[in-house]
Design a protein. Structure first.
Length: 319
């Protein structure tokens, strides 16, 4: 007996299409991870770095705004090519899913964290440091095994949020072009990270802009985790914090849930930066890496469903 077509209309609902596209892109990212040297967005990041090196030689307080405009002009042809290909394609949803897959790329961060955990278990400290070094800005040469574990956990937390959680949010609530624009801005902010002295002059406006785009997604993600873990008192702790950013918000949430103390002293290019310790008072242990990897998967599944439900609510409100 054939199913009436009216009963299959939900297959074309924007919320269901969003959920399927996100799920397929995330699964594909787990199964087929791109090395950074081969990822198209990483290539854009390399171009941003080269552009910043040229602009930084004549930087002034107002020149940081012009640097952001120059970087936008550099990224515009890439976005235009993607738009043109999708417009002439017959199966647009498939191509949108492929672009989303690229936007969700983490350059094998989770696989790197597992290797670092294995090296620390085998007491191969230097190999663990060398594996971690390309993925973080901080100096890894003097890190102890516990310092390596903490840096790995923070890398997992921040990379997943900035490279996936925020992308998912903007894709679900708007479209692929806003998600792609954010990811390009993130690559620009990473290339001109003001934590390093060389980029403090031209990277300030980029850093501010990217934080504004991150806050709605991070706030939604934090509320979701707080609802799933009501016994941790996450939201009251965050509201009483004197200074909060998307990064400190995420580290606080994870520190509370996995029961670990995060943040503290960092060393960038020989300079030590001290930040308030957040989370709990429990010292980071090696098994916290595995715990972080597990809860990230669970919360990612919940977050995709939540964003799909918001898409459904927006569509129903407009119809």
């Amino acid at each position: 007996m054939l199913i009436p077509l009216d009963h299959l209309a939900w297959l074309n609902h924007p919320a269901f299409i969003t959920w399927v596209t996100l799920s397929c892109a995330l699964v594909l990212e787990q199964l087929v991870t791109w090395r950074k040297a081969m990822h198209p967005l990483a290539v854009m990041g390399l171009l941003f770095t080269r552009l910043g090196t040229l602009l930084n030689q004549q930087a002034t307080p107002l020149y940081s705004i012009f640097a952001l405009l120059y970087a936008s002009a550099l990224a515009l042809p890439f976005v235009a090519i993607c738009w043109f290909i999708i417009e002439i394609a017959e199966f647009k949803s498939v191509l949108i899913g492929l672009i989303l897959w690229a936007c969700l790329g983490q350059y094998q961060v989770r696989q790197t964290a597992r290797r670092i955990c294995l090296y620390l278990t085998q007491h191969k400290k230097q190999l663990a440091r060398d594996t971690l070094a390309p993925f973080v800005l901080r100096d890894t040469e003097i890190l102890t095994p516990l310092g390596i574990a903490k840096a790995t956990i923070e890398m997992l937390i921040l990379r997943q949020a900035y490279q996936q959680i925020v992308v998912i949010f903007w894709f679900a609530l708007t479209n692929i072009w806003v998600a792609l624009a954010y990811r390009l801005c993130y690559e620009l902010a990473s290339s001109w990270n003001p934590k390093l002295l060389i980029w403090q002059r031209i990277g300030a406006w980029t850093h501010l802009f990217i934080q504004l785009m991150q806050w709605p997604a991070i706030a939604l993600y934090t509320v979701m985790v707080a609802v799933f873990n009501p016994q941790k008192s996450i939201l009251p702790y965050l509201l009483n914090s004197p200074r909060i950013t998307p990064g400190t918000c995420l580290l606080t949430v994870y520190g509370k849930v996995i029961d670990a103390q995060l943040s503290g002293a960092y060393r960038y290019a020989g300079a030590t930066v001290r930040r308030a310790k957040i989370g709990t008072k429990t010292t980071v242990k090696l098994d916290h890496i595995q715990r972080t990897l597990l809860v990230q998967i669970l919360w990612m599944l919940a977050y995709v469903c939540l964003c799909s439900m918001i898409t459904w609510a927006i569509f129903e409100g407009q119809s």
